[in-house]
Each structure stands twice: as C-alpha cells, then as structure tokens.
Design a protein around this ligand. Structure first.
Ligand code: GLV
Ligand code: MG
Length: 351
C-alpha cells in the first residue's frame, strides 16, 4: 500500500473558500477535565451556566449513553444550551455520533450552522485512521464557510479501536484542526477482545506474581496498569504532533481512590486532563491535573538557579541541568495556567 501526503505548503490552507484559516498553534487553555452532560435532560441543561463556572470544559454528549430515541432531543438540547449561555473561558465541546451512524451528518450540519461560532471542539468517536479526520475536516470547512464561522472548530479524536491505536501517529498529524485525543478504554477493550467488563481502570487479575523463592506461601502479587502501553503510545503521538493527550472515562463512581490513581498515572505520563462523568470526578481531576504545590516550588528553584536554562547545578543533593530545567518549565507553565483560571488553587503555588 502506498500513501501520499499533502505538500507542507498546502497543509495550512483552508479546505473551503471562505473557511477560517487553520490554526498554526493550539490556543493555550486549561483543560483538566472534560465534563460530560446529557443535553436531552432539561434539568441538567438548566444547570449548564453554573456548571460551566466549575469546570474547564463542558461537553454535550450525543453518542453512547444517549438512547437512540433521544438523539434528536440531545442535539437540539445542546444547541439550545449553547445559545442560552455565555461560557466565558470554559471550553464548549460536543461529542458527536460516529461517522458510520445515521445521526452523524445531521449532528455536524446542525451544530455548525446553528452554534458554529460558540463551539470550540467536536469530539469524534471511533477514529480508525487519518481518513476519518480528513472527512470531518473537509465537511467542517464547507460548513464553516457556508455559515460564517470565524474560527476553526477543532477536532478531538477518541482512541478506542485497535485500528485507531495502530494508526495513532497518522491520526495525530492528519490536520491542523486536531486538538488532541482521549483514550476510550471501554470501546477499546471491546475492540481488542480484552476480557473485561469495566470502563477504564485496572483489573485485579492483571498483574505480576513474585517468584516462589524459599518455598513459603507468601508471594507478592502486584496489579499492573492495563492502559500503560496505550497511554504511552498516545502521548508520544500527540506530543510529537503538538496536540494534547487525555485519559478518558473512569466508570466506577463508587471508587474515587481508583479513579484518582488512574488519572494520576495519565497525568504523570503526559496527559493534560481526563473526562468527568460524575460531579465527584470534577474535584478529582482538579486535584490530579493541577501540579502539586511542592513540585511547583522545587521546579521554581530549578528555574531560578539556572536563569538561562543551561549548565549544571545541585539543588537539595539532586543534579539539575538543561533537561531538568525543561521539565521544571512544563510544571511551572502549567501552574501559571492553573493560577489564572483557578486563583484559589493558584494561591497554593505562592505567586
Ligand atoms: C469512551 O468512549 C470509551 O469507549 O471508553
Ligand atoms: Mg466509546
């Protein structure tokens, strides 16, 4: 199979006459949690304005978990909610139905024609390869041009099929419209034939048993992270393409500690946020995806000790050089972004 790719000069050209210029850099925004709401439920829609003040991203879900006979109400409800509220600095996203579904085309055409200037990001499920991104990219450009949308609506892919994981690098680099990607562990588990029934998190039987050494019965068993490989692969694909990686859903609302552990693994590996499917997960995401104040303090010491980012110094017995300076910069930049949006947490960072 041969593949041809677009000439670099063409990569940043609008795909339709009159469509807004594609972005060269992603907007700098804090996106610690993508908070999911079902927009066909009027009671929840009515709270959207208040919710928007508590979260970094508010997402109207049109796909899985919305019953087939409520798809239209969910789409209409989302449009009504988008029109009725000012979301300020909070991102407004929607999760559309899969491209192979009977609802996808109407989702895109109605959303862009009615609220295209309010919508920041469309989350696209079941992305299998760059062809899915190219299709939506072209369609969005046509609709943006037709409806006077002035800034490009970005695409966030869900990584939730074996083929998508295989093609993750090509997906990440498919278009300047790519915002980022979320791991979708539930659909991915099904697609891979994993023998689980959970939405994310670990499994008690997936682990490593210590060798039997001295004939005693006590052997340690350590549970392992089922998602380590995929998150690492996704983070590399996203970071190398300049887009953002996210962990997706954690379905056991009764186990906040396990949710926090899964989110934290993703954060430490490079992810910028996760989905919150239940209000209790908003706080967990804030706690995990805002850097630890002690870590920020130490990172500041590194930056202060090496003002031009070069050389080598010792701090508290630990060697610092250009590479730790860059790690420190990631942490301090994130702390500053958190402080702008969330002054209460920013106060913990002492500046
Ligand atoms: C999310 O969509 C998932 O399938 O985990
Ligand atoms: Mg899914």
């Amino acid at each position: 199979m041969t593949t041809a790719s677009k000439h670099p000069r063409k990569f940043f050209s609008p795909l339709a006459i009159g469509a807004p210029e594609p972005l060269r850099e992603l907007p700098v925004r804090l996106e610690r949690m993508i908070h999911f709401i079902p927009p066909h439920v009027e009671k929840i829609r009515a709270k959207a304005g208040d919710l928007a003040k508590q979260v970094d991203v508010l997402l109207g879900n049109l796909e899985d978990a919305i019953p087939a006979d409520a798809k239209r109400q969910a789409r209409d409800g989302f449009i009504e909610m988008a029109e009725a509220n000012d979301f300020g600095q909070t991102g407004l996203w929607v999760r559309m139905n899969t491209l192979s579904s009977p609802w996808a085309l109407d989702d895109v055409t109605e959303l862009v024609s009615k609220v295209g200037n309010k919508l920041d990001v469309i989350m696209l499920p079941m992305v299998e390869g760059p062809w899915d991104i190219h299709y939506l990219d072209q369609l969005l450009a046509q609709l943006e041009a037709a409806h006077g949308v002035t800034r490009p609506i970005l695409i966030h892919a869900i990584l939730e099929t074996a083929e998508g994981v295989k093609n993750v690098e090509a997906i990440a680099g498919a278009s300047p419209r790519m915002h980022g990607m979320s791991l979708g562990p539930a659909d991915l588990a099904a697609s891979r034939g994993m023998k689980t029934t959970r939405v994310g998190g670990g499994h008690p039987a997936y682990g490593v048993l210590a060798d039997a050494s001295d004939g005693s019965d006590s052997r340690f068993f350590h549970q392992q992270d089922l998602w380590h490989y995929t998150i690492a692969k996704m983070v590399d694909a996203c970071a190398s393409a300049g887009i953002k990686p996210f962990y997706g859903p954690f379905g056991d609302f009764s186990d906040e500690a396990a949710c926090e552990a899964q989110f934290r693994n993703a954060f430490l590996q490079g992810c910028l946020g996760a989905w919150s499917l239940h209000p209790s997960q908003i706080e967990i995401a804030k706690r995990v995806f805002s850097p630890d104040p002690e870590e920020v303090g130490f990172a500041r010491k590194i930056l202060d000790a090496m003002p031009d980012g070069t050389g080598a110094v010792m701090i508290d017995g630990k060697m610092q050089d250009d590479a730790t300076w860059k790690q420190a910069k990631v942490i301090v930049d994130l702390a500053e972004l958190v402080a702008q949006k969330d002054p209460e947490r920013g106060a913990l960072y002492g500046k």
